[in-house]
Design a protein around this ligand. Structure first.
Ligand code: AFP
Length: 416
């Protein structure tokens, strides 16, 4: 009896009309009037009165290897990587600088549109975005780290620059244009998050130049299998640098007391499956059918991953992917009706992240193939991106396969 009353209630509730203006019992003005609008007088106290915070004695430092020492050991084990040691050291220093800039964004004058020497706003970049001061600043820091730390990087391609640049041009000295590596990076990914004090990140990848061939824009059109190193730095509750040199993934947390990256995460392995799904579901109606079906399966508990799914989306790829890397699950930025190749850039976002995922035991897919197998046709090419635990990404791929087979003549899952 009680159960049928509950069911009846549910039925009535499901069939009751959606509230409309005419249905309202409270007017908007009444509603607004209910809010607490008074302000407390501003607290006045002299900050010099406050005693310095003392940390409890039991908070002892762990004995952890520093990033420079880690690099020294790795490059000693693999001499072919020695040329990258000064470069990666400099990149870690650049991440520290970007970390400080991000933390000062609310208090220092680093906001607003970037201007040229005459004070005119810079033109839109190739992504169609007006560059912000912060983007330009972080780009310069990264570029100088890659180009100016040694003579080992020949040229760089950044999200912020329309075309790749030779390091000789960046450093204004021909000695810097001779290295055997090229680097790609996104200096500050998700920069819109900074306004709300949310996490952002930097992403990078390093390739070899092709022997016997001149280095130019085409040298960057290599698939992700050719990456020699890839990494990202997440600026969040803690700042963490995650790196792969092609034999596993390691993480280094910035100790703010000594301003050093310390080896806190050894040989990171992503769980083989996980509960997290990290998609911008506001785009659901514009996703491919296989992605829609996949997300529905997660929500209805009919996924092969026998865990209750949980949604997490910050809107900064580095933060979202790092969460999936540590806790397991899947991150996705699929193609949409308006964005046929998705939003993320293959060369300096998706490919480095896919290398990290694979090196940690996970997977990176476009829905129909490995991200690392996609050969870019241009520097700023976009690619549908799914990254995460191997079982989760495999299942997503199966949805693509199944629904593509079903619509052999359709174009929902066209091969990249
Ligand atoms: P920005 O670098 O332009 O802020 O874009 C960040 C980003 O490329 C990536 O970090 C996020 O995962 C993604 O965009 C978020 O995009 P949506 O706002 O469309 O979900």
């Amino acid at each position: 009896m009680r159960q049928s009353i509950t069911l009846l209630g549910l039925f009535i509730c499901l069939h009751c009309p959606a509230p409309s203006v005419g249905f309202q019992t409270t007017s908007l003005n009444q509603y607004k009037a209910r809010r607490v609008t008074h302000r407390l007088p501003a607290a006045s106290f002299d900050s010099s009165d406050s005693a310095p915070i003392k940390l409890p004695k039991q908070l002892k430092k762990k004995a952890l290897t520093t990033f420079p020492r880690y690099l020294e050991i790795e490059c000693w084990k693999r001499p072919e990587l020695r040329g990258l040691e000064p470069v990666l050291q400099a990149v870690a220093e650049a991440c520290k600088q970007i970390n400080r800039i991000v933390q000062r964004a609310q208090t220092d004058d680093v906001y607003g549109v970037a201007v040229d020497v005459a004070g005119n706003p810079l033109e839109e970049n190739v992504q169609g975005e007006v560059q912000q001061k912060l983007d330009v600043l972080c780009n310069t820091i990264m570029m100088q780290a890659f180009c100016g730390s040694s003579c080992n990087i020949h040229s760089v391609a950044s999200e912020e620059d329309d075309e790749p640049r030779c390091c000789a041009d960046v450093m204004n000295d021909s000695v810097f244009g001779q290295g055997e590596y090229i680097a790609v990076f996104d200096p500050i990914d998700g920069s819109k998050n900074i306004d709300a004090s949310l996490p952002v990140g930097s992403i990078f990848g390093i390739y070899r130049t092709q022997p016997g061939k001149p280095v130019n824009a085409d040298s960057f059109l290599q698939d992700g299998n050719s990456l020699v190193a890839a990494g990202y730095c997440l600026y969040s509750a803690t700042t963490i640098l995650v790196l792969t040199l092609g034999s596993g993934v390691d993480g280094f947390t910035l100790d703010p007391d000594v301003s050093r990256f310390l080896h806190t995460h050894q040989d990171i392995r992503i769980p083989s499956n996980g509960a997290i799904y990290s998609f911008n579901e506001a785009n659901y109606n514009d996703f491919d059918e296989p992605v829609q079906k996949y997300l529905s399966a997660l929500k209805h508990g009919s996924s092969s991953i026998k865990k209750r799914s949980t949604a997490r989306y910050i809107g900064s790829m580095v933060a979202d992917v790092h969460n999936v890397l540590i806790n397991g699950g899947i991150y996705g930025y699929p193609r949409t009706l308006g964005n046929k190749e998705g939003k993320l850039r293959l060369l300096y976002e998706s490919a480095p992240m896919a290398m990290i995922m694979e090196q940690a035991g996970g997977a990176g897919s476009t829905g129909s193939r490995r991200i690392l197998d996609v050969k870019p046709k241009e520097t700023h090419q976009r690619v549908p991106t799914f990254l995460g635990s191997i079982e989760n990404v495999f299942e997503l791929d199966q949805f693509y396969k199944y629904y593509s087979d079903e619509q052999v003549n359709g174009n929902t899952s066209e091969q990249l």
